[in-house]
Design a protein around this ligand. Structure first.
Ligand code: SF4
Ligand code: SF4
Length: 362
């Protein structure tokens, strides 16, 4: 039976970014500007996405606004009837960029903040003045009449400010706020010891979110993403391997998720040579962990196997060196102890900031 089409395409237009967050989900080996797909190839990919039934395009990076052709790509996707979302740090979203995106027909912008505190925000992004630029970007998005989602990434150093983050999102008139604990892949895994919150910190943040949800019901939606390291069950990573999304790297490699390139033994097809239809329906990299046939115990006979799909393959490989193992975030995994050990070993420390050459607009 043919797999149903993916819901969304995640278009990582570039790995360039003016910020340097030490929890960035981009790979440690960042792709250079010279390897990025050109405009024509992205237009072809969007045509193919529409043809196979994809509904949403998420333009992300890195910082997607460093690509001068972003408005053109948004316009092309809109003309195809695709819902367009831009995930941005906002620091380059000036009046001109906003006008270009609005006239191109963008549907939604998701604006990331690093903190509700200006100094904390600018420190963790390693970019002085970023907070003020983000505030201005939020105002521009609202003035353009677009829905606004404000996204905060939380960790040991800023998690106590979750109440202030929610207040700030309310003051910015966001429709939706996402409070997302760091996910420990890529740079986040490198900096895990310094970023992991304690259980007490996590519980206080969860209580703050629940109280705010009650207070703001009907006015602002709050999404909340917890860290696996204090969890009893894993998340359904990407809604299940190759079940809902295709992720395309700046150079055109198609993957079921942005972290999959860390897995050994895969050849990820390139959109330069392979159609999205063939990638989704025929590529080994997409078929290998789709569904449940690959599972071992305890997942194989577990009644949650079609709910969380055994958790995250990238996390199983990163922490256990075994990409077919049950995600150790699950209490039923014989290796669950590695998560608890990581929590025990965490504590304040220095960060390794994400580095690539400073973003240039092309
Ligand atoms: S997490 Fe930070 S460094 Fe990474 S793309 Fe987002 S803003 Fe840039
Ligand atoms: S055993 Fe596997 S399927 Fe069951 S809850 Fe744990 S990770 Fe999910």
């Amino acid at each position: 039976m043919m797999a149903p089409p993916p819901l969304g395409l995640i278009a990582e237009l570039t790995h360039r970014c003016p910020l340097s967050c030490p929890y960035c989900s981009n790979p440690l080996e960042l792709e250079r500007a010279s390897t990025e797909l050109d405009t024509e190839t992205w237009r072809r990919v969007l045509d193919q996405a529409s043809a196979i039934g994809i509904l949403q395009i998420h333009f992300t990076g890195g910082e997607p606004l460093v690509r001068r052709d972003l408005p053109e790509l948004v316009r092309h996707a809109s003309a195809l009837g695709l819902y367009t979302n831009i995930i941005t740090s906002g620091v380059t979203l000036d009046d001109r960029a906003m006008a270009a995106l609005t006239s191109a027909g963008v549907d939604h912008i998701q604006l990331s903040f690093q903190d509700s505190d200006a100094a904390g925000n600018d420190m963790i992004g390693d970019s002085r003045g970023a907070f003020a630029k983000k505030q201005a970007a939020a105002a521009r998005i609202r003035q353009a009449g677009l829905p606004l989602t404000v996204n905060f990434v939380v960790h040991r150093e800023n998690v106590a400010r979750v109440p202030q983050m929610i207040d700030m999102a309310e003051a910015l008139h966001a429709e939706r706020t996402e409070i997302a604990h760091v996910q420990y892949y890529g740079w986040g895994l490198v900096n895990r010891a310094a970023l992991l919150p304690t259980r007490a910190q996590l519980e206080a943040a969860t209580e703050a979110v629940e109280a705010a949800r009650l207070r703001l019901a009907g006015r602002m939606v709050i999404d909340y993403v917890v860290p696996d390291y204090h969890a009893a069950r894993p998340k359904a990573c990407m809604g299940g391997w190759a079940q809902r999304f295709i992720n395309i790297s700046p150079s055109g490699r198609a993957m079921p998720c942005h972290a999959a390139e860390t897995l050994p033994g895969f050849v990820f097809p390139s959109v330069r040579e392979t159609t999205l239809s063939d990638i989704w329906h025929k590529a080994d990299a997409f078929l290998r962990f789709r569904g449940t046939a690959w599972m071992r115990e305890p997942c194989r006979s577990c009644d949650r196997r079609e709910i969380d799909w055994g958790g995250c393959r990238c996390q199983a490989f990163a922490l256990l060196g075994d990409l077919t193992a049950t995600d150790p975030a699950c209490e039923l995994s014989p290796d669950h102890g590695v998560m608890q050990a990581a929590v025990r070993e965490s504590g304040p420390g220095a960060y390794v900031f994400r580095r690539i050459e400073k973003a240039r607009v092309t």
